[in-house]
Ligand binder design. Sequence first.
Ligand SMILES: C[S@@+](CC[C@H](N)C(=O)[O-])C[C@H]1O[C@@H](n2cnc3c(N)ncnc32)[C@H](O)[C@@H]1O
Length: 300
Amino acid sequence: MSEYHTPVMLNECIEGLNIKKDGTYVDVTFGGGGHSREILKHLGADGKLLAFDQDADAQQNLIDDERFVFIDQNFRYLKNFSRLHGAIPVDGILADLGVSSYQFDQADRGFSIRFDAELDMRMNQLGELTAKDVVNNYTAAELHRIFGIYGEIQNAKSLAETIVTARLNAPIVTIADLKNAIVNRIPRGKENKYLAQVFQALRIEVNQELEALKEFLAQSAEVLAVGGRLVVMSYHSLEDRLVKNFIAKGKFSGEVEKDLYGNDNKPFDAVSRGAITASEDEIKNNNRARSAKLRIAVKK
Ligand SMILES: C[S@@+](CC[C@H](N)C(=O)[O-])C[C@H]1O[C@@H](n2cnc3c(N)ncnc32)[C@H](O)[C@@H]1O
């Protein structure tokens, strides 16, 4: 399990869930199952755990336990599948966003700038859109938008134009093709950071990560019991901003709405002030924990 993925802020997440022995919990990002196993340890015989993962490879970590149900779906369908399994209302939901270490380390999945492989980046191997499709078929304006917004890349416009020009000669099929095509756009001395931003943008687009997160967050408010906990860990500012705004305001942008009596109209109260980050010790042992931001909320 730990080779597949080392769970980040395990104790903090478990504390955040405030687990009741006979409660029903959902881990929407099962991965290596590290968080799920710990949740099960805190549940009694009548407790229940549903776990989602859209990557078929995560199923190599399935847990043999009658309190555990695995759902091989995107967490944007949280409400439908929780209802199907008779699990609503649930007492706590955990989301540990993004890709697992395993997914990064599989060269052929195309997530990592360390390897050469086809431009894929699908978390769900049955998904229709690949990074190759994005790079070869999107217009310059669409590429500009995703590199600018999802990658927060300074020269997003010229990067997009460079890709559109390069693919006139031959399709950009592999990671090496992409690196070669954009080599003149990459600031010297900042190669890894720049490429990581390019890859982040493509990955977010391929997996529609922000749309899925928004749908999941909105449904979490409908699925949780009053007093239930929402625990979300994110690894970049775009995700964290959505989580933060949703907890604080019940929406993803703009100001909180008021009801007829002037009370805030929002489904959650924050449990922790600000985001919780990993300890220095954990970061020393697991570099992935460095960028993690954990937010915990309680359903009103
Ligand atoms: C960071 S890992 C989770 C690691 C896990 N907490 C552990 O302890 O091993 C994220 C996992 O969530 C899955 N995932 C990401 N977005 C998803 C989505 N929208 N729907 C379903 N699964 C998703 C990925 O395939 C990956 O396996």
